[in-house]
Design a binder for this molecule. Structure first.
Ligand code: CAA
Length: 241
């Protein structure tokens, strides 16, 4: 059965792969993106998946954006993948309040804003699948990422709390904690640092977007009703948690 599914930050990287696999599974999918119009246009041309531009860090924009998607796709959003995320890496002693705030706003408040925009529809439907994309760096910490690690760690707590609220309404809420996946975000890590990180991944390679999408598809399945509040680590063995 096709459901209305939204992937935030869904026009590239992990999100784009997730959006495509949701569509291949028969869902009606929309992606959201924040700024890169060219990539979003290419994504829509290649996949036929519409991409909506709004800032997940803004409560008001989320309310409006999600309402528009529900109207255009013909039903309440029943699958939400909170994937949008940014990095503003730097050591704490040089980190600016803006670097801190931007990451918390997009990565953590964005998750709240998106969930808040769809939760009433899910409660009315008596069905919902929410998957929040955390990170190995939210589980284990990472040098140069107090902002990102705090936000992603927050995602893991958020997931467990909302899972308790949703369970009786057949709304499952789970997290995936990806390791280092071959995307624009990871390619921005200085080469020397990245080499060191890869050398510590038992699988000996970066993840692929499909490795993460595979986990998402498992968690959003119709018969996954009893899987809630869990965190699925997909990191090539880098951190076992
Ligand atoms: N552990 C210990 N020391 C480290 C370290 C680490 N992990 N990383 C860097 N250092 C050390 C360096 O060796 C260096 O020491 P020396 O001066 O003695 O040589 C010192 O810290 C300064 O390092 P840099 O020269 O790199 O300093 P910088 O200020 O230019 O940059 C940084 C610091 C921004 C943190 C940079 O090292 C960096 O970008 N690191 C990568 C951070 C990272 O992994 N980000 C993940 C992005 S991908 C992602 O977030 C997706 C996901 O979910 C997994």
């Amino acid at each position: 059965m096709g459901r209305v599914a939204v992937v935030t930050g869904g026009s590239r990287g992990i999100g784009a792969r997730v959006a495509v696999e949701l569509k291949e599974a028969g869902h009606k999918v929309a992606a959201t993106y924040a700024g890169n119009e060219e990539r979003a246009r290419e994504f829509t041309e290649e996949t036929g998946i519409p991409a909506y531009k709004f800032d997940v860090g803004s409560f008001a924009e989320c309310e409006k954006g999600f309402a528009q998607i529900a109207e255009d796709l013909g039903g309440p959003v029943e699958i939400l993948i909170n994937n949008a995320g940014i990095t503003r890496d730097g050591v704490l002693h040089r980190m600016t309040p803006e670097q801190w705030q931007d990451v918390i706003q997009t990565n953590l408040s964005g998750c709240f804003n998106a969930c808040r925009a769809v939760i009433e529809g899910m409660r009315e439907s008596g069905f919902g699948r929410i998957v929040n994309v955390g990170s190995v760096n939210g589980q284990a910490g990472q040098y140069g990422q107090v902002n990102y690690a705090a936000a992603k760690s927050g995602i893991h707590g958020f997931t467990k709390a909302l899972a308790q609220e949703g369970a009786r309404h057949h709304i499952t809420v789970n997290a995936i904690a990806p390791g280092y996946v071959d995307t624009d975000m990871v390619r921005a890590v200085p080469e020397k640092v990245l080499e060191k990180i890869i050398s510590r991944i038992p699988a000996g390679r970066l993840g692929r977007a499909h490795d993460i999408a595979r986990g998402v598809m498992f968690l959003v399945a119709e018969d996954a009703d009893f899987i809630t509040g869990s965190t699925l680590s997909i990191n090539g063995g880098q951190h076992m948690y």
